[in-house]
Design a binder for this molecule. Sequence first.
Ligand code: CDP
Ligand code: MG
Length: 756
Amino acid sequence: SRKGSALVRDIHEKQSMNKSRQRFWELAGSKLGDILGVEKTAEQVDADTVKVGEHGEVDFKEDAKFAQHMKQKGEAVSEFAKSRSIEQQRQYLPIFSVREELLQVVRENQVIVVVGETGSGKTTQLTQYLLEDGYTRSGIVGCTQPRRVAAMSVAKRVSEEMDTELGDKVGYAIRFEDVTGPNTLIKYMTDGVLLRETLKDSDLDKYRVVIMDEAHERSLSTDVLFGILKKVVARRRDFKLIVTSATLNAQKFSNFFGSVPIFHIPGRTFPVNILYSKTPCEDYVEAAVKQAMTIHITSPPGDILIFMTGQDEIEATCYALAERMEQLITSTSKAVPKLSILPIYSQLPADLQAKIFQKAEDGARKCIVATNIAETSLTVDGILYVIDTGYGKMKVYNPRMGMDALQVFPVSRAAADQRAGRAGRTGPGTCYRLYTESAYQNEMLPNPVPEIQRTNLGNVVLLLKSLKVENLLDFDFMDPPPQENILNSMYQLWVLGALNNVGSLTDLGWKMVEFPLDPPLAKMLLMGEQLECINEVLTIVSMLSVPSVFFRPKDRAEESDAAREKFFVPESDHLTLLNVYQQWKSNQYRGDWCNDHFLHVKGLKKAREVRSQLLDILKSLHIPLTSCGMDWDVVRKAICSAYFHNAARLKGVGEYVNCRNGMPCHLHPSSALYGLGYTPDYVVYHELILTTKEYMQCVTAVEPQWLPELGPMFFSIKESDTSLLDHKKKQKEEKTAMEQLRSEKAEEARNCSSRL
Ligand code: CDP
Ligand code: MG
């Protein structure tokens, strides 16, 4: 593109200015600032950290010399780690130097908090130390992670360190995937998995020690586990709990468990030079790409880590980087050093994720483009340059929409510092912040807001209720969620029929708890039982639990769109998913068939696995597998019964409004209902995606009469008025609050039903 060649020209111009080996920054002045998109104040500049050649062209040999020099100084150790045996690597980690003291503190205390910089060895070593100290003789060591990717990659690493097959002595479990066996002694898992295990075994008897890792992340499940494990600690004298945190505000964790000891692992980090942008940056993808190219061309060896907010941006960044590299190669006669561009985000297939840990082919510089997953939960050695956009995606409950939405927010100062720290693990590094210093000081929060205070608590409420926590407002939360959030979530569960009028679980609610699914999906599945189409609904729920199976390469967009259209069921995206799965099945689940039809075979295989696991749960509940054959209207009804809170009414071409709150919502161009000349008056949707507009994701046409039939509390006010309140005062607090909420919601419903 034009932009790419302009960048190359800029860089060349800059080089030609740089006749003598004077200070890079001084010489280039503001022009360099323009190229880099960053500003550097004079005293922060270390001339030695930025190098360019003498003769108007980039001289890469200079870089090699510089690296040599760094090595002699004994500072550039990025290559060091790679050449040592695994045993040597283990002993080189900061945690190793305090192994004995640490184990002693563990022996003497039931609960401890361990604080250490990211990369000090907490996640990979603690479990092994406990095993070596004999704890696994009477139970297993569990270690929770807020992220699936971390649980998988760390288990793999530890199984290598222990020279055992993954799934044997060391295993992992994430939702819908259990890679552990009868021999497993060390189990990594997501915090959500351990939380669900407390349902079956409230004392967690098989665990001798639980490590709650990455506690500073304050994920929803970790926060709930805090309250639950505190009780386990009180009941089981033989149980040990270790809470680890990468940041220093660990006092809070210690206080929560009764002022337990805090153990500090001494850090071993190098200074990181922090450079701020001089002006707020308009397009941070573009700015990051420029910055990365500039580093690649002008700076000494060392890998680059870029923080973006999500998959789309990461893909765009990788694409642009590849494009610029290609242009650079064609526009210069010199050999251009290789750049290995590696994306990482949670939905990326596992084999591609593993690539970031592998050594790049010789001489290539790695450029990892990541979400905040690389902030603390994944450690990649060799990073010397960090480019921080200053943004991240956060799930936030939006009361107006009555749902969680992933939204882009500025990260906190603590997170920004973590990001910068990633550059100083193997040598002195540099962090380029694509925001101003004033934004850092004045606009960023000091710490992130815990998830429990900002998201929908539907699942948590269901789970705690099934654990017989009668009054949620009394539960021992480290930071209690706003009362309004709890009540809103209770209200949603009541609407779905999972809670009764006094806030206890109904029969349906008890069954819903069994499924590791969001409450509406669990409800949809169980309505399949009632409507005798569970086989079909099961497939839809499984397909909704995996990333989109439609493959849409940028260079073959039209072709792939045409392929997708062939699967369309005009009245429903849900049924379209069902159709795809059923056709795949009748083609013997073949991979080549998927490729021919622009479908991700991995996604479909995953859906098949999920399906079989959900089927096992159905069997255990003695729910028979009924089918409606090809009469799919009844399937739409099951969908409607779970998603009537997301009902929308036609307003204009492709434009709908939410029946409850009047929010505008649009048909997405990729929907089966889009542009086919068929626009039903009423639809329900799976979720709302906020991009340029509010788009409904996965839409199904519904008959208007289904809404009052299946969602009487929203769509027929008379019935809900008489059935809502029972006057026995079982949970006084909850009930009064529910009542207040009810009247607000009834008002909402009244408005809505009058529109209907
Ligand atoms: O948990 P903490 O951040 O303290 O460190 P860790 O995850 O135990 O990582 C310690 C070291 O193990 C890292 O510096 C990496 O060198 C290595 N590691 C790895 O090679 N592959 C992984 N998947 C995880 C860690
Ligand atoms: Mg860790």
